[in-house]
Design a protein. Structure first.
Length: 373
């Protein structure tokens, strides 16, 4: 490195450090969430989605300026709060992302085609909208010296492990294209943020439920699909024998953590599981719980299991409890009641087979090929 470029490098490093310090200095520690002084500019990728729109609400409520983008491949347009500036555009458009993230203090990257089961059959679609968009968002955020990048990963990063609950330090063994793309996205976040000195945090949510979640999508959101079906007096369809187990988080509990991941000063460069580790239920038990709430006579239809489905999936919340002050505020029973209330209010919907299945063969679930939902 020549003297001039070495001096340039030192100057650039010092400048970035100053920007990071300024960012941290704009935070005041209070009550386990660092309180922000003044308005921040926040960009949310996937703002029409379930998670993105709730983050937008929270940030607007806290007095911040929110801009976001979404292609509407998932999510619902009416999820987006009126006060947010919305751009219907793909995160893959680098020049547009550079323009939109200019001057932003925080980027929440939630955009994704989060279709774990489908990813085995549509790897092109899922990788493009999981890994590639992360590269683009990072490039734009780093070019603009954004203060912090909050990356939404997924518990799919863990894959099938020998023990549960999954802990942040476990070796990742993703076992489908979605999990692989999510984990690769995390590696990219760490790599680029560390090289260029951008502050980052990685959130690992589990199965989230709550209002605004898509319930007419045949490819994901098991609880929402079951509610939409049972409210139409139709039996739920269960892959395999239904003894696979999951933990569900209510959206407000997830937002509580995501707010802290953006504003707390002691979490940078870290990864956090987000969600409860209580109430580990089988898919059969989940169907029974929903049926009980709806007084529905349950006789589920069982179809062959999906390739690569993880059998036991639950994450430890120990780190979130000790570092973010997390505790589960909403039980599974209450979460289901609120989700039922939401679907009732919006009205049941016909399922939309809106995504291409790239590989249609004998392994592809009949639920999708024959449109059984
Ligand atoms: N909901 C869960 O249970 C859950 C669990 C673990 C992780 N996550 C992660 O949380 C994030 C949000 O999930 P969600 O449940 O809110 O999903 P969602 O589908 O409701 O929201 C994602 C949004 O991203 C948008 N999007 C997809 N590709 C895009 C692109 N190329 N450009 C712009 N917008 C694009 C979709 O249209 C959608 O509105 C995802 O990264 C997901 O992997 C969710």
């Amino acid at each position: 490195m020549s003297d001039i470029s070495a001096a340039g490098y030192l100057w650039e490093t010092a400048r970035k450090k100053f920007l990071l310090l300024s960012f941290h200095e704009s935070l005041l520690f209070s009550n386990n969430v660092d309180r922000q002084r003044g308005t921040m500019k926040i960009f949310i990728s996937g703002i029409a989605g379930f998670l993105g729109s709730h983050i937008a609400d929270k940030m607007i409520k806290n007095g911040h300026e929110v801009t976001g983008c979404d292609t509407l491949i998932g999510g619902y347009l009416d999820n987006i709060p009126d006060e947010a500036e919305f751009h219907q555009v793909d995160c893959c458009y680098l020049n547009t992302m550079v323009k939109l993230t200019k001057g932003c203090d925080i980027v929440y990257h939630t955009a994704c085609t989060a279709y774990e089961g489908l990813s085995v059959f549509s790897p092109h679609l899922i990788s493009q909208n999981t890994y590639q968009i992360t590269a683009t968002m990072l490039s734009a955020a780093i070019a603009n010296n954004v203060g912090r990048f909050v990356h939404c990963s997924s518990m799919a990063r863990y894959g099938q492990q020998h023990t549960v609950p999954f802990r942040e330090k476990m070796e990742c063994k993703p076992q489908d294209p979605y999990g692989i793309a999510k984990y690769a996205g995390e590696l990219l976040v760490r790599n680029l943020c560390e090289i260029h000195g951008m502050d980052y945090v990685i959130a690992v949510p589990h199965n989230i439920i709550g209002p605004r979640q898509k319930y007419d999508d045949p490819f994901r959101n098991v609880a929402a699909i079951m509610i939409n079906l049972m409210l139409q007096n139709r039996q739920p369809i269960i892959y395999g024998d239904g003894t696979q187990k999951r933990c569900f988080s209510y959206i407000d509990d997830v937002i509580y953590c995501l707010e802290r991941l953006a504003f707390n000063s002691d979490v940078t460069g870290e990864i956090f599981n987000i969600g409860p580790d209580e109430e580990f239920v089988t898919i059969n038990e989940l169907a029974e719980l929903i049926a009980d709430k709806l007084n529905f006579k349950l006789d589920p239809i069982h179809v062959p299991e999906r390739p690569q489905e993880v059998f036991l999936a639950t994450c430890s919340a120990d780190k979130a409890r000790s570092r973010l002050g997390y505790h589960t505020r909403t039980t599974l029973s209450e979460s289901i009641e609120r989700m039922i209330g939401y679907v009732r209010e919006k009205g049941t919907k016909k399922f939309r087979y809106h995504l291409d299945i790239e590989i249609v063969n004998e392994k592809c679930p009949r639920t999708w090929v024959d449109r059984l939902f």
